[in-house]
Ligand binder design. Structure first.
Ligand SMILES: CC(C)(COP(=O)(O)OP(=O)(O)OC[C@H]1O[C@@H](n2cnc3c(N)ncnc32)[C@H](O)[C@@H]1OP(=O)(O)O)[C@@H](O)C(=O)NCCC(=O)NCCSC(=O)C[C@H](O)C(=O)O
Ligand SMILES: [Mg+2]
Length: 288
């Protein structure tokens, strides 16, 4: 699976300092894992966490899950050593926090020549430069950092996320304009399943590929919310079949359930089926 065809419904942060959580993650049904060296790791623990994450990457054992390492910013005392260690360990993907302009990705790209780059979108400057950041040739995707963003904006954490909507949309627009993945921010109240579901549904409605998570209890809900439903899959199949039948009769438009189906709808239908297939393939790997 290529980076853009992998599912990113559930993207779980794991503190790089927490050996038990890392071990547990090998059996969790998260589509992707972020091994964190930044905010989840205290300054005292950072060198040991870096060494642990390097060792964990060499050991493997994570099946088809995408492994992303969030390093410290390159303007911190740890960032450069993190990046060099991840290059040495052959990390497949590296996530840079608080990206504010593409030049920061250039600096990272030079340090990790083998890795796909991911950018945390979590500062006002970063959001305003989202299009230029998304255009970076090595970028795989955005991860929204809604806690840092709320801090810098000075906005309230509201269930409807109204103060963040413009930023979420700007990042999505930029990501989609350049064919990048866009993963929503975390829901902090990790034992509040209904609150998580509501926020995940909002993210899916906006167009996010998935949601970042902080606790295993959050995985099942977002896997469900960000997967095509059985009804969506069945509708997609009928739309494709009806459009192909219409085309065979020389028509450019079909009608399904009283709604028109044109080639653009068929593109969406095919994307739905391909996402469902990618999820099924990954879930087969989870079951091994
Ligand atoms: C939030 C937690 C501190 C809660 O931890 P804990 O009290 O240990 O939870 P539980 O006892 O319920 O844990 C049950 C078992 O699950 C394992 N566990 C817990 N969390 C994880 C995890 N993230 N990944 C894998 N496994 C996990 C425990 O080890 C228990 O296992 P077992 O003993 O075998 O039963 C904790 O969940 C936590 O630290 N979460 C991650 C926090 C984090 O990564 N924060 C930084 C990322 S969010 C961020 O930075 C936001 C962004 O930048 C922004 O700006 O918005
Ligand atoms: Mg942050």
């Amino acid at each position: 699976m290529t980076a853009t065809h992998r599912p990113y419904r559930s993207v779980l942060y794991i503190p790089g300092s927490n050996a038990r959580a890392i071990e547990k993650a090998r059996g969790l049904k998260a589509d992707a894992l972020i091994l964190d060296l930044e905010d989840a790791v205290s300054p005292d623990e950072k060198p040991a966490a870096r060494a642990r994450v390097s060792a964990v990457l060499s050991e493997g054992g994570f099946g088809g899950r995408t492994l992303i390492v969030r390093i410290n910013g390159l303007d911190t005392e740890w960032g450069r050593a993190d990046a060099e260690a991840m290059a040495q360990a052959g990390a497949e993907a590296v996530l840079l926090p608080k990206v504010s302009c593409p030049a920061e990705l250039d600096a990272l790209a030079a340090l990790v020549p083998q890795a796909a780059l991911w950018a945390m979108m979590e500062t006002p400057a970063g959001v305003l430069n989202a299009a230029a950041i998304a255009a970076h040739p090595r970028l795989a995707g955005f991860v929204l950092g809604t806690n840092d963003l709320a801090k810098d904006l000075g906005c309230l954490h509201r269930p409807d996320r109204l103060p963040l909507i413009t930023s979420l949309e700007l990042c999505l627009l930029a990501a989609r304009a350049h064919g990048r993945i866009c993963v929503d921010g975390v829901y902090n109240a990790f034992r509040d399943t209904e609150g998580l579901r509501a926020e995940a549904e909002q993210g899916r409605a906006l167009g996010m590929d998935g949601k970042t998570l902080i606790h295993p209890a959050q995985i099942d809900v977002v896997n469900e919310v960000f997967a095509p439903t059985a009804e969506e899959i069945e509708l997609a199949r009928r739309q494709i079949a009806a459009f192909e039948a219409a085309q065979a009769e020389g028509k450019g438009v079909a009608v399904v359930d009283g709604r028109i189906v044109e080639n653009l709808h068929v593109e969406t239908a095919r994307a739905t089926l391909s996402k469902a297939d990618a999820i099924a393939a990954l879930e087969t790997e989870f079951a091994r």
